[in-house]
Design a protein around this ligand. Sequence first.
Ligand SMILES: *Cc1c(COP(=O)(O)O)cnc(C)c1O
Length: 378
Amino acid sequence: MEDIKMVDLKAQYAKLKPELDAAFSAVMESMEFINGPQVSNFARSLEEYLQVRHAIPCANGTDALQIALMALQLPAGAEVIVPSFNYVSGAEVVALLGLKPVFADVLPDTFTIDPESVKKVITPATAAIIPVHLFGQGAAMQEIMEIAQEYKLYVIEDNAQSLGAVYVQPDEHEVKLGTMGHIGTTSFFPSKPLGGMGDGGAVFTNDDSLAEVIRKIANHGQSEKYKFSTIGVNSRLDTLQAAMLDVKIKYVDAYNNARQEIARFYDNAFAETSAVQAPHRSSRSSHVYHQYTITVAPALRDELKAYLRDNHIPSMVYYPEPLHLQQAYTYLGFKSGDFPVSELMSQSVLSLPMHSELKEDQLTYICQHVLDFVKNHG
Ligand SMILES: *Cc1c(COP(=O)(O)O)cnc(C)c1O
């Protein structure tokens, strides 16, 4: 059996090597490293893939969130609601821009922001919500959009982990995640569903005037050469990355489908025990399994992780500490017990190896070890 990896970028590269190497060489020969034609070509590919009017590439997924927030021109001190069980980017850029991050709890099944918790933390200063489509599956967008409409809030969808997944709207019409809110963002970090060979990100919107502002902000706030009409940032997607991504975007659906098949294998194996909770499948969103995240009793989680490691099976805890308890955010005054679901999830979750190149013998080996462990700790 081959070594088991959490993600296998090398095997993915091996399959696309001729195409990727040719795209790389084309950029090297043109020397157009900044804003080469590959950047706008990739933006068009992304717009077509997501069926969205505007996709604006930028330097990384955290910048994408920052640019999205800057484009909304919120007043200083405005409150922005973010899930506590999440990567740090959303809360970080809110704080950096002089706005106030306000945490909300998540749902115990999908781990995404809980609309009821959102309602509880809304104040007259609330200006926006950043739902995160976590681990490959959509947040409760219908409910969130209804809340946003009622309270006149902006919605920025953080779609760094779920590119390609669709949301089923009430009329049964399917739309890609990241295109329902006022703005959507994503990351092309190498391990994400569409991963580059370095950092990258993008901002999406169907709103023409927001798109214009976003484009300007991502490029120093320039309205024309050496004319700066607003304060911006330098956040460009490198031509080299755009060239790589424009090759890989053709395979996103194939990668997503392959991971869905692996998820079915895991689901079947774990169906025989109540000690392992397989990831919930929302009826409103497809799941592209950026992570395959199980939950187990908190008392068993770290021991299971160590047992798997001892048997050469990597696993990861996303995320071991909710944001409202992180040292950097203590100034906001949250305390242990404020968001019980986020706190419980951070003690219960374990993400298993998940990538398009996992083989059946590896999957059998992983499942057997997880099941053996819980049997011996029942
Ligand atoms: C990866 C990620 C980001 C940040 O993306 P970078 O490209 O690393 O800046 C933001 N939000 C979520 C949910 C992520 O998973």
